[in-house]
Design a protein around this ligand. Structure first.
Ligand code: ATP
Length: 680
């Protein structure tokens, strides 16, 4: 039985406040370092910038924002953007690129020039809505401000002000026994499997808190949709949140066909086009409630027009006075319209950060659902939780937690850090999901166990190692191969295998530390490379990259579409090597190349994982994190190909050793010859 170790909410909040302030400092410093140490070219190599763009058009988008469309400069050649890590929703700076002669000045110049905005579309070109972004510090500050405000409130609360939920979440009380008999529950979705049904029943019956543990591909979102429908049927009001816009939009998209009254808060530029009809901004213009606002607008327009026809000063003044009144009325009616829309919605959806907006200040919800909770900072989760009665958290704590930049800046000795971590509140890396599992034990959790993504052989190792062998491959996916894709794929030695391992042991495929480019100030050794000089820290393995290219080509030659294949690796320098040095993006248009961390939450028919590390010392760096490996190996549906040096990797940890053993025993094992590859 788990021992209940309670935590003082006020002390927890105090500790979080200092951690959040260190995080802000670290993030600001790392962006500043990147911009000051690296040229646009180097940032582009690392996937953090796109160079050689021209403005192809400019238009007014939703919310009256100016949207710039940027495309690759035709004069430079190439019609795509090349490999980059810029995604919809990113805050970016659009700046003038220094010309060749200005190389020395360019690092300084890029810091001071340009306008900021939010990326609203990425395809052949990139579209940026201007004016949305603020300075990096201000932006982070904005995000952190809401968390800070929430933690300040928690810190200053009197004990008698704590809700029962707050007391349970800090272990001051144990969760109440589950209530209600949900055994005869009628499900809206008859296709739900047993573990999903069990999770819905449990979440409905829990009084304060329920965790839904959803390993990869187990239908976490599917389950949440059923839970929402059940809660609405019970006439309860629900707030659904996630750490990112995409996590929230994903739910809006799947909820929309059920014709509930739902509303999505958030800036339209950041929402998926498919969910815009449910956004508060659009509804304030199109809904019935918007009628009263429109009437005033019409009146204002008419008054405005009448000014031109009026000659007398006195009459004009009277019209201006009327206009002033009307404007006030307009603002009030708009506010009223927003309140009517929100209070009339059974389900409100927003990011965790968005849940701190003024629109929800006086709103009460019966249940707060947080999806992808293991990707959210705990302080972020508290934004909608301070006044909530019940929470359902869905996530997988065995995949990667949110990225924390200030980890390396923590100078406390390790034993002290570990003690603080165990208590909770000592590290931003411990999520609320993690902490509640430690605090209350598995009785507050239900796990989804049937997965609908991976071939049995792909699933087996992560299931045994990470999920206590509980995962079951749904019959429809257990034996799926590339040869049974819905289009024609030839049966070859590659396509008939669900699991392939190219073992590069023997020293012929050595790793390299990314070489610095001559315009990098860290290259001459006068400046110590910092964390910001990310490419200098990163590893690549050019021979392994050749092998990856060879395998991707073999799959494509057999008929597999490039867009059904992804190559993932933990190292930025390896990505750069494959996309720039080997030109894999141009060779195989549609192929996706990405970092493991960036690929969390995604899936592909075939995935090639390049492990990179190959050295005599058995150093494995990033690969030492089990959760990162778990993400890497659980992305494919029908085919996983691992490329790596088993000798080096097996030395990294017991987990890695067992993985290498599993691959040796279960995969189609290949010992490549570098000489053959170079001829290809
Ligand atoms: N009971 C079910 N019967 C059939 N298919 C299902 C069922 N539950 C989920 N799926 C399918 O499994 C896939 C994964 O579902 P979903 O996207 O809800 O999972 P998830 O756990 O949120 O995913 P992720 O691993 O990316 O977090 C989807 O294609 C979905 O249609």
């Amino acid at each position: 039985m788990t021992r209940l170790v309670s935590l003082n909410p006020s002390a927890f909040a105090t500790s979080q406040l200092s951690l959040l302030s260190a995080e802000l400092a670290a993030e600001t410093a790392s962006t500043a370092t990147l911009l000051s140490l690296h040229s646009p070219k180097n940032l582009a190599t690392a996937g953090l910038a796109i160079t050689n763009l021209v403005v192809s058009s400019q238009r007014t988008g939703l919310g009256g924002k100016t949207v710039l469309e940027l495309e690759q400069d035709g004069a430079i050649g190439g019609d795509g953007l090349g490999e980059h890590g810029i995604r919809v929703g990113d805050v970016v700076r659009v700046g003038e690129q220094p010309k060749g002669g200005e190389r020395k000045k360019e690092k300084v110049a890029i810091e001071g020039r340009g306008v900021e905005g939010v990326v609203v579309r990425v395809g052949k070109g990139v579209q940026v809505a201007l004016g949305e972004g603020k300075g990096e510090e201000e932006r982070l500050g904005g995000r952190l401000w809401v968390m800070n405000w929430t933690m300040e409130r928690l810190k200053n609360m009197e004990e008698r002000e704590y809700t029962t939920l707050t007391r349970v979440l800090f272990g001051l009380e144990t969760p109440a026994p589950v209530a209600g008999d949900e055994a005869k529950l009628k499900f809206f979705d008859q296709t739900l499997n047993d573990s999903q049904r069990d999770a819905v029943r449990f979440a409905l019956a829990s009084r304060e808190v329920a965790l839904i543990h959803g390993p990869p591909g187990t239908g976490k979102t599917y389950t949440i949709i059923e839970l929402i429908l059940q809660l609405v049927q019970r006439k309860l009001r629900i707030l659904v949140c996630g750490p990112s816009n995409i996590s929230v939009d994903n739910i809006v998209e799947r909820l929309a066909p059920h014709k509930l009254s739902i509303i999505r808060l958030g800036h339209p530029a950041r929402l998926l086009p498919s969910v815009l009809n449910h956004s508060l901004d659009v509804l304030t213009q199109t809904s019935e409630a918007a009628g009263i606002v429109k009437d005033v607008r019409k009146e204002m327009d008419a008054k405005q027009a009448s000014i031109k026809k009026t000659r007398s000063g006195r009459e004009r003044k009277a019209i201006y006075d009327d206009l002033k009144e009307l404007r006030k009325e307009y603002r009030e009616r708009e506010k009223q319209c927003v309140t009517t829309l929100i209070s009339g919605s059974k389900v409100v959806l927003a990011t965790l950060h968005g849940a701190g907006g003024f629109q929800l200040r006086n709103e009460q919800f019966d249940v707060v659902i947080i999806d992808e909770a293991s990707q959210a900072l705990e302080a972020q989760c508290w934004i909608p939780l301070l006044s909530a009665k019940k929470v359902v958290l869905a996530g997988d704590h065995l995949q990667l937690p949110p990225t924390i930049k200030s980890l390396d800046h923590d100078t406390k000795p390790k034993p002290e850090k570990d003690k603080a971590k165990a208590k909770g509140g000592g590290s931003l890396e411990v999520t609320l999901f993690d902490r509640l599992l430690t605090l209350h034990g598995p009785s507050v959790k239900r796990m989804l166990t049937t997965q609908y993504r991976m071939h049995e052989k792909v699933m087996r190792f992560p299931s045994d190692e990470m999920y206590d062998s509980h995962l079951i491959a749904a019959p429809a996916v257990a034996g799926r191969l590339l040869t049974t894709l819905p289009y024609e794929v030839q049966e070859t030695d590659d396509t008939k295998e669900p699991l392939v391992f190219y073992d590069t042991q023997g020293g012929d495929f050595p790793e390299a530390t990314s070489s610095s480019s001559p315009d990098d100030p860290t290259a001459d050794g006068t400046k110590k490379p910092t964390k910001g000089s990310l490419l200098n820290d990163s590893k690549s393995n050019p021979s392994e990259a050749l092998l990856v290219r060879h395998h991707v080509r073999a799959l494509i030659d057999a008929g597999v579409k490039a867009e059904d294949i992804a190559v993932v690796t933990p190292y930025n320098a390896q990505l750069s090597c494959m996309s720039h040095d080997l030109g894999m993006k141009d060779l195989f248009p549609g192929l996706e190349l990405g970092s493991v961390d960036g690929f969390q939450g995604r899936e592909k028919e075939a995935v090639v994982v390049s492990l990179v590390r190959s050295n005599g010392q058995g150093e494995v760096g990033f690969l030492g994190e089990r959760r990162r490996l778990n993400v890497a190996m659980t992305r494919p549906k029908r085919h996983l190909c691992v490329v790596g040096d088993s000798e080096t990797v097996a030395k990294g940890s017991k987990f890695l050793k067992r993985w290498m053993q599993y691959l040796e025993a279960e995969a189609d094992l290949r010992y490549p010859d570098l000489a053959d590859l170079q001829e290809m």
